[in-house]
Ligand binder design. Sequence first.
Ligand SMILES: [Fe+2]
Length: 436
Amino acid sequence: MTSSPWTAEALVARYDQVRTHTELLAAPLSPEDQTVQSMADVSPTKWHRAHVTWFFETFVLAENERGFSPFQDKYWFLFNSYYEAVGPRYNRAERGVVSRPGAHDVGIYRGNVDTRMRDLVDSLDQGTLDKLTSTIELGFHHEQQHQELLLMDIKHVLSMNPLQPVYAGTPSAVSEPDQIDWLDVEGGLVEIGCRGDAFCFDNELPEHQVYLEPYRLADRLVTNGEWLAFMADGGYRRPELWLSDGWAKVKAEGWDAPLYWLNLDGVWFEHTLNGTWPVNPGLPVSHVSHYEADAYAAWAGKRLPTEAEWEHGVRQAGPRDAQHLVGNLADTQSFHPRAAGPSTGKLRQAWGDCWEWTSSAYLPYPGFHPAAGAIGEYNGKFMSNQMVLRGGCALTPAGHVRDSYRNFFPPSARWALSGVRLADGGAPATRGGTAA
Ligand SMILES: [Fe+2]
């Protein structure tokens, strides 16, 4: 995990900005909303707010604050997510039964750690600060990851409520899918991975070379309208389209549509953070698993891009202005994918909208070394049975994602805001296409 030099003033300003944003996201939610855990993968909002605070307390204050003692001894047990080196922790699947501390008490915990963090940073000489900066900056990016998770998780929580509550935002106007253009990308020996001095996670390192055959990328994401055609053509009933594990999941779970779709009197509706609305054909399909994405690609006679193809392709043809990646990220406050808009001759929807499944297993890059100590558990130990997703989504904080960023989820996961971009040529498809 790399980072650039920071002054104490800049570090505190950034700290306050990130921490305040978490509280803004939680503000529309009642203490009751913040307590519910609707399934094992989902964490209560107040748990996210507390866990990111625990991260700063554990990895920064505990090792650097003079006369440190924890705010509450048992919080170390309650709010440790998965760090074996830190000690035992509470069962993830039962976070929703922990009614105390309540949402208000979590706010007090946050305030206490915030004061101590500011005091610590203000008290350090520049040399000590430089040594601590990478951990504090990791805490910023960690909290941003949980800001996204907080929204994904509350979406699932609210979806379980028969009243179908709205979190925020307004739905897009109804639109129809437009044409997909295919962008040719020259292959060859290309550089993949984090470059430069800006922050990145350890799993994006080291930068290395990969050989790619020439390939094509769809210039936009697969839409709901196209997904309806897949469904109408028996997409969820035809085993020849599916990976074996995926087909087993279809049968075991009774999948017949994306996660948040529900059929009311023959009309498909979709639960969103903006409310529950008829499925909008022109918007990207979202909340599909890797298995579904792969089956759709087989049906369409295409394939999913590898993560190296995605990264190289977006560097060649991705949209960006001088300073920023341009897209429907969380700063738009849409809280949902949007239609692609007119063709641009570049990749549309590369940043934001939906995390894009790739065909790449989440594995270490050549020469990967996790950080020493407990922080080394951040990424490396999850490099098994997960697939890589790229590009961020409508719930990803602006400034958090980048072209080398590697998100990852198990291939059956659907509660993440995930979608599909197709590829063609180059790397082989796992199965031949059969339609479209
Ligand atoms: Fe975490």
